[in-house]
Design a binder for this molecule. Structure first.
Ligand code: ARG
Length: 267
């Protein structure tokens, strides 16, 4: 099982490379599914309303992210290169429509990739923007496991079906928590989930999930006061397949490391 997991992650990287330059961003939303068994938005999503999730970020390598602070975007390690100065990433913010004339676009100036990231686990990174994003609310991260269960919201501009095109308009969906014992069970990921570091979510019947291009984006829910980020889109076996929920970086596990990295980057 470890082998396909690696393949899945490699595929995501190849995808990211293929979308540099924003080609995929320009692709129109598919008008109709090719197969009538497949709902238009296989990830089970519906369009997000403008302003509904102001912290959502689209990154030019073909990933999602969340505004952690006005200058910092929390994303997945597998979406970025090594830690260091990096001015190659463009973040698009403040819109559900990536082509909107009111979109905000800001370049990166630094990437911090989780230390020790080697393709399995530790799938988080911070991207520092060259100037602060103003007028957008940030998404606080979960600092305890208190919110690591229940029903979560996922959102992004990734594929609306396995192997489908990237989306112009942000989609959102709700997904239920899946326990490590089920997610790592013999009829599911069979030991490939790093239980302490990863959290699974999605209906076991399939049909709703994040997918390629959603990586790095947040999974969140209602916390004590407003929304709180509990996950980062990381990997899965295909998309929305029965018995294969999405696997997310468990933000609560890394919250201290994320916080100190953020401080070292100037907040
Ligand atoms: N690794 C993918 C990406 O780069 C995200 C995969 C999420 N897959 C899933 N079935 N939830 O965009």
């Amino acid at each position: 099982m470890a082998r396909w997991r690696t393949l899945t992650r490699l595929a995501a990287v190849a995808f990211a490379a293929a979308t540099v330059g924003g080609v995929a961003l320009a692709a129109p939303v598919s008008a109709a599914p090719e197969n009538s068994d497949v709902t238009p938005f296989v990830v089970g999503g519906t369009p997000a309303a403008q302003g509904e999730f102001p912290f959502m970020v689209r990154l030019s390598m073909g990933c999602g992210g969340a505004l952690y602070s006005p200058r910092l975007v929390l994303t997945a390690a597998h979406c970025v290169g090594r830690t260091g100065n990096n001015t190659t990433i463009t973040a698009t913010l403040g819109v559900v429509d990536l082509q909107s004339s009111s979109r905000i676009q800001i370049r990166s100036n630094y990437v911090y990739r989780a230390p020790g990231y080697n393709g399995a686990g530790d799938d988080w990174a911070l991207i520092r923007l060259a100037s602060p994003a103003t007028g957008l609310s940030t998404l606080p991260i979960a600092t305890s496991t208190a919110y690591d269960s229940g029903t979560f919201t996922i959102a992004g501009w990734g594929s609306s079906r396995e192997n489908g095109p990237q989306q112009r308009y942000m989609l959102k969906a709700s997904v239920p928590f899946v326990s490590d014992s089920v997610c790592n069970g013999p009829s599911s990921y069979d030991g490939d989930v790093i239980a302490a570091e990863e959290i699974c979510a999605g209906p076991l019947s399939g049909g709703t999930d994040t997918c390629q291009g959603d990586s790095g984006g947040p999974m969140f829910r209602q916390g004590g006061s407003g929304l709180v980020q509990v996950g980062i889109v990381s990997w899965g076996n295909g998309c929305a397949r029965a018995n294969y929920p999405g696997v997310y970086t468990q933000v609560s596990y890394f919250s201290s490391a994320i916080r100190s990295a953020a401080t070292s980057l100037g907040g």
